[in-house]
Design a protein around this ligand. Structure first.
Ligand SMILES: Cc1cc2nc3c(=O)[nH]c(=O)nc-3n(C[C@H](O)[C@H](O)[C@H](O)COP(=O)(O)OP(=O)(O)OC[C@H]3O[C@@H](n4cnc5c(N)ncnc54)[C@H](O)[C@@H]3O)c2cc1C
Length: 419
């Protein structure tokens, strides 16, 4: 039997434009696709809630079921396990006498820790796949990545024409005899009856992309993007982008293909591309600063004037602060696993700067709740909004009454999520 390679799916749950998977196939060896639900995902936060709440979990399971089907159509089978990632991968590697493990690079400490453990005993090949502009493309080393977003954007903007998605994988070379030698128990994600506002999986991500681009909405993005609710005020692509069911390069390409005819349309395309660049920016920030992005002090040297006030945190988390717009937003998050960008800015600001509660707690709650949870964007944005990250105006304040008047002028959002 020819020695196979393992393809370890991580936050790249798709067959379209998947650079690491394409590299695995290029070896010409049989490819064994594997996904592992790490035990750490099912742990409890010390504050008493699940690290991965139900919305996120259901969205992930749907994504895995969709990926399994796509892989079957491509002539292979996805092996899904639950347990300790590095131990399981090492077992499989030995059992099937694999030549290498291919996977998409990640940049946060937990993910890097698993990579380091694996490197001790397997041939691990990591490839950048979750960004528009990889470290090989940008004109700076990740350790010298610009601190401020605007400087970062200015350095990468002109690389836009180099963003090109790869073709979809339609065939996965497999070997039947591998089925017999599979170690450990496979995990079967259950189909859920959850009423999710978004359905997980590559198919649904591509469908949302098509739906959004079949309307005029992307050409009006700069006018609508601050809304708190309503149809197509923003792309709603984040959940699929976050677990990689949708490639960010595909979104960029679709935006580049639009033909704007006036300034609003030009501005909208530019603004939406800039939002996609924020995603890259926070990945580079994590590469440069590592764990500091999770610290209480964040990237700043002064001590934060925030406190571990459990009672106030619980009120915020459950939408019971008495501040109507924040309460409505937090209830929306609790019931749907989603919140608009403007909403996230207001809710995080309120916890950290007005209630003066430890911003890490707020970030952990978002981590549990958000269907689009992405470690880089979540902690990067939380640090930014709390004055602990890369906002040049660390003491920036919002007037929440004015914000509510401006972004919920008819009170319909507040009314929808009233207790
Ligand atoms: C406190 C806080 C926490 C956040 N946590 C997350 C998170 O865990 N995961 C996540 O994907 N986004 C996060 N964001 C960023 C942003 O709010 C969401 O990406 C956006 O609201 C998702 O809706 P959309 O897909 O319609 O975005 P659109 O407005 O349509 O933007 C298109 C895409 O650009 C990216 N994007 C937009 N804004 C940002 C941003 N500020 N930072 C990074 N990427 C951005 C997203 O991938 C998004 O899907 C957070 C923002 C704040 C203020």
């Amino acid at each position: 039997m020819r020695n196979p390679v393992i393809y370890w799916f991580r936050n790249d749950l798709r067959l379209h434009d998947n650079p690491a998977l394409s590299k695995a196939i290029e070896t010409g060896k049989p490819v064994v696709p594997v996904y592992i639900l790490d035990d750490s995902l099912f742990s409890q936060h010390p504050l008493g809630f699940n690290r991965m709440g139900n919305h996120r979990k259901n969205f992930l399971f749907e994504s895995l079921l969709d990926l399994s089907e796509a892989i079957e159509k491509a002539g292979s089978r996805l092996w899904i396990y639950k347990g300790r990632t590095s131990a399981i991968l090492r077992d499989i590697y030995k059992e099937i006498n694999a030549e290498a493990i291919f996977a998409q690079s990640e940049y946060a400490s937990e993910e890097k820790g698993v990579e380091e453990e694996l490197k001790l005993s397997v041939n691990l090949r990591l490839i950048d796949g979750s960004m528009l502009f990889t470290p090989l493309m940008v004109p700076f080393s990740p350790m010298q990545s610009p601190f401020y977003y605007t400087a970062f954007k200015n350095k990468v903007w002109e690389l836009g024409p180099l963003v090109r998605p790869l073709p979809t994988v339609t065939q996965l070379p497999s070997l039947n005899e591998l089925e017999q030698s599979r170690p450990n128990e496979l995990f079967v994600p259950t189909k859920t009856n959850a009423q999710l506002i978004f359905k997980g999986g590559e198919n649904e991500g591509l469908k949302r992309l098509d739906d959004y681009f079949s309307t005029n909405a992307p050409l009006h993005y700069s006018e609508t993007r601050n809304a708190l609710h309503g149809k197509d005020y923003s792309s709603w692509l984040a959940p699929w982008l976050a677990n990689g069911a949708l490639s960010v390069r595909l979104v960029w390409q679709r935006l580049s293909q639009l033909m704007p005819v006036n300034n609003i349309e030009i501005e909208s395309i530019k603004t939406l591309k800039e939002q996609l660049i924020w995603r890259d920016y926070f990945r580079y920030l994590m590469m440069r600063y590592g764990n500091r992005l999770f610290w209480f002090k964040g990237l700043r040297s002064s001590e934060p004037s925030m406190f571990n006030d459990r009672e106030t945190f619980e009120k915020w988390r459950l939408g019971q602060t008495g501040q109507p717009i924040v309460d409505a937003l937090m209830r929306e998050l609790f019931h749907t696993g989603f919140m608009s960008n403007r909403g996230r800015m207001l809710a995080s600001y309120y916890l950290a700067k007005e209630l003066k509660v430890n911003w890490q707690w707020g970030a952990a709650w978002f981590e549990s709740m958000l269907m689009d949870y992405d470690v880089y964007s979540n902690y990067g944005n939380w640090a930014y909004q709390s004055g602990r990250g890369t906002d040049s105006r660390v003491n920036r304040r919002f007037n929440l009454v004015k914000q509510a008047e401006k972004f919920d002028s008819d009170g319909s959002f507040g009314g929808k999520w009233k207790q």
